[in-house]
Structure formats: C-alpha cells, structure tokens
Design a protein around this ligand. Structure first.
Ligand code: PAF
Length: 326
C-alpha cells in the first residue's frame, strides 16, 4: 500500500510501481478523508481483499485527504479512466446519476438499519446499476452516518437558530433546498475548501456525520455541535468503467467480494463512532446539544416546502416506498 498526496502524486505512483512486476496493474484510489477515517479503513480493506484474492496482479496507490482534488474531480477522473477507484459521499453523485439524490432527502430514514436495508435492497441496487451508464461501475453502498450541524455562531435548538446562518452544504441540490427552506444562508462548496473557509469566517458552519467531525477534528475550528441527524449520508465505492471492463470474470468476482467487505468495514467504523463520537468531541471542548423528537419535528415542518420539490423530482411514490420500507 502506498499513500500519497496531490503534490507527490506522480512520485508516489512511480515509487509504488517501481518495485512491482511489469504485469501488475496499478489501482489509484482517491478519497476525501484521512487513512484512519471510515473511507481510509474501507479503502484498506478493499486493497487487502483484492490482493488476497488475486495474488500479485494489482498494486494500490492511495490518495487520501482529497489528494486528487474534490469529489467531483475524482469522479470525473473515473469517467476519463485516469483514476481507477474512489469512495465518495452522495455530495456530487446526483450530478452524474440524478436518481441518487432521493437518498439525500432530509428525514427520509428512521435509523441506520432502515437506510442500510433500502440501499442493499432493490431500490438501492437499481440506482447503483445506473452508474454503468455514465462511465463508472458502482460496486457497493457504504455510508458516513447521519449528518449533524456544527457552527461557530450559536447553539441550535429551533429553526429560528439557523436563520441567516452561513452554512456550507455539499454541492447537492437536495441539501441546498432544505437549508434554503429553513431560512439559512447555504453556500455549496467543495470539501477541500471547507476548513480554511471556517478558519477565515467565510462560513459559520457546516454539516457532516460524526465519522467526519471526529476524524477531521472539526472541533479545532467549530464550537457548537447540534445532533440534528437531519439527513442520512450514504457513500459509494466506485471503479472506473474502462478499468472494470478490462477485468476478467475471476478478477471481477474478487473485486465484488472486496467491495462487500470494504462496505462492511465502513459501516463497522460508523457503528463505533456513533457510540463514542459525542463523548470524544465533548472531551475536545465542543459544546454539544441533541435535538429532542419535538425539536426535530419543528425542523421537519420548516422544510415541508422543500418536500414538494422532492416529490416532483423523484415521485411521491418512490419517496413513500423508501419511508415505508421494512
Ligand atoms: O461534506 C462532504 O463533502 C462529505 O461528507 C465529505 C466530508 C467530503 C466526505 O465524503
């Protein structure tokens, strides 16, 4: 395994390739978070299982911490065939397969078990298969957990507390509509710009799951954490279509096994951080409050107008079939 970052990309790739037999195929895998995050753990599991199943046919070069740029750029790299694999959030996926946006609707899933069952079931698998039409192959759904709001302005208990809040959202129209409906001042922004924008006060806050808040140490730049759980955050393990089509059936089976185990590792990480993350962030000095069911209901009311748009885009039947999925 070789880890490398943007400036060292070429050198890292050469080092990784240098000691390898000429027949080995290099897999460049890019992701936005650190090697010890849920993405890093999943990427390492993916590599471990591919290597165990295929012997010395492949080498992996990891580009963690946005080493290949923002998630949109990495996805475009997959389409071009210049990057072989990635793990990404649903932040920009709807720009490539619009149907994925349905999973970004706030207050759609009851809990992690509900979300996992939908993604692993027919609705999730049908949407995963659509990536084959846009130059990629969706291998498995992973996840980040439920997203929560952090900011430096004030503790958030009611929708009034987010009025005018300069909050960074992912470049995702579903999230943008929800924060507009709440009366916040949302700014869609690629992840690599977020920390410096928080430090400089360009934005007051952002929203991400505990897996991200803990692994990125957002407590160093954010004071308040509100456990809003306003939306579930799926992630996806994808490979480039040209790369996928170059594999034989035995290799494909190895990659499928590896993707299943990588997604399980990602979910395992999320299960752990959901248990320990709040305590960790309190110890690091964050002021944390959880929304009660009644307080959450007020946020649901505040975004009711956005739901009309979601029904129009995705169909009320589909949204309801996800909500009612058992
Ligand atoms: O907020 C985002 O953009 C994503 O959740 C992140 C942190 C890049 C992980 O995919």
């Amino acid at each position: 395994m070789t880890f490398t970052f943007r400036g060292l990309a070429v050198a890292g790739a050469i080092v990784a390739f240098g000691g390898a037999a000429a027949a080995q195929t290099e897999i460049k895998i890019g992701y936005a978070l650190a090697p010890d995050s849920h993405y890093g753990v999943a990427a390492q599991k993916f590599e471990e299982v591919v290597l165990a199943e295929t012997g010395d046919q492949f080498t992996f070069t990891h580009f963690p911490s946005s080493g290949l740029g923002g998630e949109r750029e990495v996805i475009e790299g997959l389409q071009l065939g210049t990057v072989e694999a990635t793990i990404v959030s649903s932040g920009t996926l709807a720009n490539f397969v619009p149907d994925t946006g349905v999973f970004d609707i706030p207050f759609l899933f009851r809990d992690l078990a509900h979300a996992r069952a939908v993604l692993d079931g027919p609705i999730g698998q049908e949407i995963l298969a659509k990536f084959d039409n846009v130059g990629m192959h969706g291998m498995a759904w992973g996840e980040q957990g439920f997203r929560h709001i952090t900011n430096n302005r004030n503790a958030i208990e009611t929708p009034a507390d987010v009025q005018g809040l300069k909050i960074r959202t992912m470049e995702n129209p579903v999230h943008l509509a929800a924060f507009n409906a709440m009366g916040a001042a949302p700014t869609p922004m690629a992840w690599p710009e977020v920390i410096s924008s928080l430090q400089q006060g360009v934005i007051d806050g952002q929203e991400n799951p505990l897996s991200v808040i803990v692994s990125v140490k957002l407590d160093e730049v954010q004071k308040y954490l509100t456990l809003s759980g306003h939306v579930y955050s799926p992630a996806m393990l994808l490979v480039s279509k040209p790369f996928w089509e170059g594999l034989d059936d035995t290799q494909k089976a190895a990659f499928e096994k590896a993707a299943t185990e990588a997604a399980a590792a990602m979910r395992g990480y999320v299960d752990n951080v959901e248990k320990s993350g709040v305590e960790t962030l309190k110890e690091r000095g964050m002021q944390v409050n959880a929304l009660s069911a009644e307080e959450k209901a007020k946020f649901q009311e505040a975004i009711a107008s956005a739901y009309e748009g979601y029904y129009e885009t995705y169909g009320k039947d589909l949204v309801e079939s996800i909500v009612n999925f058992k």
